[in-house]
Design a protein around this ligand. Structure first.
Ligand code: SF4
Length: 171
C-alpha cells in the first residue's frame, strides 16, 4: 500500500487511533460497513439541530471536516460531540484540526472548543508546542500502523457493540 505523507490523514483517523487500532486500520484500508447504529443517527441529529444557524462543515483539502469556525480576534475551531465518553479521542481529533490549520495551511488557529450540547458542557483546548510535537508523533504512529499488511488483532472494548465493524470483528 502506498503510504500517505504524515500530514494527510483525516480527523476521523486520528480519532480512531485512540478508539481502536483495528478500526483505524480497517477504515484506512477503505473497508466499510453499514452504518445502521442508532448512535450514529443520534449524533447527526444533535449536530444538525444544535447549530442550525452556524456555519458548519468546513471542508479543507477534501480531508478535514470541521463542524464550524468562529472568527473574532483569533480563529476558534468547534467540534460537536454527543457525550464525553470518548473525550480523549475527541480532543486529539480537534488538536489535529488546529495542527492542520496552523502547520499545514499556515492559518493561525490555536484555540478549539469541544462542544457537548446534550450535557451543555464545553471543553476548551489550546494548541501548544508540546501538543504539536505529540501530534507529529501520533501521525508517525498512524502511518506505521496503516502500512501494515494486516489489521491489528481486535481487542474487546465496551463500545464494540455500537461499532460499525462489530460483525467483522466478533461474529
Ligand atoms: S468492533 Fe471493537 S475491536 Fe472491532 S473495530 Fe470496532 S471497536 Fe475495534
Amino acid at each position: 500500500m502506498e503510504l500517505s505523507a504524515p500530514d494527510l490523514f483525516t480527523g476521523t483517523q486520528v480519532n480512531y487511533y485512540f478508539i481502536c487500532k483495528t478500526k483505524l486500520w480497517l477504515f484506512s484500508h477503505r473497508i466499510t460497513m453499514e452504518q445502521s447504529s442508532d448512535l450514529v443517527g443520534m449524533g447527526r441529529f444533535i449536530h444538525d439541530t444544535s447549530y442550525a444557524r452556524e456555519k458548519k462543515d468546513v471542508i479543507i483539502d477534501d480531508r478535514i471536516g470541521i463542524d464550524f469556525i468562529k472568527k473574532g480576534d483569533t480563529i476558534t475551531v468547534y467540534e460537536v460531540k454527543k457525550s464525553r465518553k470518548l473525550e480523549k479521542a475527541h480532543k486529539y481529533q480537534l488538536y489535529y484540526y488546529l495542527y492542520y490549520l496552523t502547520e499545514i495551511k499556515g492559518v493561525k488557529a490555536t484555540e478549539g472548543v469541544l462542544d457537548y450540547p446534550m450535557s451543555r458542557e464545553r471543553v476548551t483546548l489550546t494548541l501548544t508546542d508540546a501538543v504539536k510535537q505529540e501530534i507529529a508523533g501520533i501521525l508517525e504512529n498512524i502511518r506505521a500502523l496503516v502500512s501494515r499488511d494486516e489489521p491489528p488483532e481486535a481487542e474487546k472494548k465496551s463500545y464494540c457493540r455500537s461499532c460499525a465493524y462489530f460483525e467483522f470483528c466478533w461474529v
